[in-house]
Design a protein around this ligand. Structure first.
Ligand code: D41
Length: 681
């Protein structure tokens, strides 16, 4: 590609106009999430700015966007005394605490009327102070101990959502803006992925990553980190000729937004404390979908006049409180490690923990994933560990508190024999997973295979849960999938805790499950790597089971989503006579499905179209959407490029949405996607 020639600005006026343009674009990009020009255009103008500043050093202004890039490393941070102390926040841990807070406020204000509150999510980041003189950023500082912090001016200037110059003209002569610098979850995941790729140490969480990024003496490092700042209050103010700030806290924040700051999009006004509690519950529900980590909600008496009357005690204002969510990370003790055998024989180390209340539930198990993860953590039995449970994700061990390791801590050794069937355990070269070689001899693998076979997206046998499968296998009633369809009423109702009626229901559910579809059946077989979407593609492509079973590798590779490794697994599965026999037994037991009419690719309605999915889908899973699109002949890609035909963007869409906008790709929401899919039913 040809690099265009970049001409430096011819005059100071032209240079200043360029500075202003770039400032506007950068605000659109970082704060409004709505860039009006493509990245390439921004980059071009930015290079022109740099070229100009190189040849005309005397023109350079302090708020030039070039000043974000990161200057020379500092030897140490100097100290900054806060002109107005940066207060801390009192905590509330339950609704009563919050109601007490409200009652105290009412008493002090000698009123029975409802008090109005500003409500904001409490971002889990680093509190900072930004000092503006005549609208130009002069200094950035950490909160420190509240009276003295560290000068991190160079570093905050690298953060895109911090304005170097305020917009508008009605801002105070001196204005201190306070806010939280944080790292959005997506950026955090990228950063850690890069660290993993390079074999470097990962950050434990986005907060640590944000703190670590700000603590860099070399601001070039900070510049490379995905940080944002969200403003939450003002500190020192000297109006000069500017009008008074608004009376209400929330209106002050709207003013800050006008001047160019990011404020929290979830911010709301609550008319009374009851509404505060509903707000808390609402945010707790959507918490996982937010693009950033939060650890609670901050409630602030909205009227400045009331705030002043309430004042503060020691280091915290009486008029504000942080209602914390249950902690998502806790320390506990690793008491033991057990090894579970999965459907494909994969052996997973599972941590048995001293029970601990974390993320709102009591946790006594956490996955340790595999050998590599155990090595990465360097964890031993007896260690004090940090467990994390966020949302509905299975609990994880994040790290070891090494200075609490007892003398008798023992290494975790992986078994060489399967803990269930005693077959040898092997790890294939290049694979981190250790597997039991027992296949269907192994009761654990059999149980897991059966659980998968009857699961909702597979054969969908109603009322056949994990516990019942365990019982059926342990009592020798079922060895393989086909055995399920030969169960007899008296044998089932003889099982512990099984009423005759439930046994009848189970047999009826099994009878119903026999009428299935080819995609379901293929998925249910549990072929390694063949998920729901691939099973659909295979069914669509081959139309019937015989055609699939007699396909060679080349034929399999024609199916979208099937690569060489998966093709190998599919061939291997059907080459195994035990699997072929099992399929015959299933069909003999009455399991059946209609064949599918195979359409040539160019007859499919979405042939030639490439879709990308981003953000959260609320009415279907991403896999379901993907499968439905592929069924209509569309390709579903992971990233947006010039080849993308349509981007489906749900709430929380981020960089992909931006890129699609830049490239002028058609963007639709989930409702439009559903309408589109229905059109082709
Ligand atoms: O999101 C936050 N972490 C946040 C922190 C917030 N939304 N509002 C805050 N408001 C205050 C007062 C009421 C004192 C102006 C805060 C903090 N303080 C705060 N952050 C760290 C210490 C105090």
């Amino acid at each position: 590609m040809s690099q265009q020639n970049i001409e430096p600005c011819a005059s100071r006026e032209e240079y200043l106009a360029l500075v202003a343009t770039l400032q506007r674009y950068s605000h659109e990009y970082y704060v409004q999430d709505a860039p009006s020009v493509p990245d390439a255009e921004y980059d071009r103008l930015f290079r022109q700015l740099q070229a100009t500043e190189q040849s005309q050093t005397e023109w350079v202004v302090a708020d030039s966007p070039s000043q974000r890039v990161g200057g020379k490393p500092l030897a140490a941070f100097s100290q900054v005394d806060h002109r107005v102390p940066m207060l801390s926040l009192d905590n509330a841990f339950n609704d009563e605490d919050l109601e007490d807070f409200n009652r105290r406020n009412q008493e002090r204000l000698a009123t029975n009327s409802d008090l109005e509150y500003g409500c904001e999510p409490k971002l889990d980041g680093i509190a900072v102070s930004l000092m503006y003189h005549n609208g130009v950023l002069q200094q950035g500082a950490t909160r420190g101990d509240g009276s003295t912090g560290e000068d991190i001016t160079q570093n905050v200037k690298t953060i895109g959502s911090i304005p170097l110059r305020l917009q508008g003209d009605d801002f105070p002569e001196i204005l201190e803006v306070r806010g939280e610098i944080y790292m959005p979850k997506e950026g955090f995941a990228h950063l850690n992925q890069k660290a993993r790729d390079k074999g470097e140490k990962e950050f434990a969480n986005p907060r640590n990553a944000a703190a670590g990024s700000l603590r860099q003496l070399d601001s070039k490092i900070t510049a490379s980190r995905p940080l944002e700042m969200c403003a939450y209050s003002v500190g020192f103010v000297e109006l000069g000729s500017a009008p008074e700030l608004p009376e209400k806290h929330t209106d002050i924040l709207y003013k800050l937004r006008d001047w160019g700051f990011l404020i929290n999009a979830q911010m709301k006004v609550a008319a009374n404390i009851k509404e505060c509690i509903s707000y808390y519950q609402h945010i707790a529900e959507v918490r996982d979908e937010l693009a950033y980590d939060i650890d609670g909600i901050v409630f602030k008496v909205n009227s400045s006049e009331q705030q002043q009357r309430l004042g503060f005690v020691s280091r915290a204002p009486r008029w504000a409180i942080a209602y914390k969510f249950p902690a998502q990370e806790e320390v506990t003790i690793l008491q033991d490690v057990e090894f579970q055998v999965g459907r494909t024989g994969a052996i997973t180390p599972v941590a048995r923990l001293e029970p601990v209340f974390v993320g709102g539930v009591t946790v006594s198990n956490a996955t340790l994933h595999n050998r590599d993860e155990v090595a990465r953590l360097g964890v031993k039995v007896g260690d004090t560990v940090i467990v994390r449970r966020a949302g509905d994700v299975i609990p994880q061990i994040v790290s070891v508190v090494e200075d609490r390791r007892p003398d008798n801590a023992t290494d975790i050794t992986f078994p060489e024999q399967c803990p269930v069937c005693d077959s040898p355990v092997v790890s294939k070269e290049g694979e981190v997973v250790a597997r039991c070689t027992g296949g269907l001899i192994c009761a654990a693998q059999r149980k897991e295979a059966l659980k998968h076979f009857v699961s909702r997206k597979a054969m969908d046998v109603d009322g056949l849960g994990d516990k019942l499968i365990d019982q059926l296998v342990e009592n020798g009633l079922v060895e393989s999938m086909a055995d399920l369809f030969h169960l007899e009423l008296n044998a089932v109702s003889a099982l512990e805790r099984m009423a005759e009626k439930s046994a009848q229901n189970l047999l009826q559910a099994l009878e119903q499950a026999k009428q299935t579809s080819l995609p379901r059946f293929l998925f249910a077989l549990g072929i390694r790597e063949v998920g729901e979407a691939t099973a659909r593609n295979l069914a669509q492509h081959f139309g019937n089971l015989d055609a699939l079973m007699s396909a060679n590798a080349d034929k399999l590779l024609e199916v979208s989503d099937v690569g060489p490794i998966m093709a190998e697994f599919i061939l291997g599965f059907f080459a195994d006579s035990r699997n072929r026999q099992e399929i015959e037994r299933l069909q003999a037991a009455g399991v059946q499905w209609p064949d599918i009419e195979v359409k040539a690719a160019d007859e499919l309605p979405m042939n030639d179209l490439t879709y990308v999915l981003t953000g959260t889908l609320e009415q279907m899973s991403r896999n379901e959407a993907k499968a439905a699109l592929q069924e209509l002949g569309a390709k579903v890609a992971g990233s947006v490029s010039a080849k993308t035909s349509v981007l489906v963007a749900g709430p929380g869409a981020g960089s992909k949405l931006k890129k699609a906008q830049d490239l002028g790709v058609e963007i639709i929401d989930e409702d439009a996607l559903i309408a589109l899919l229905q059109q082709h039913r």
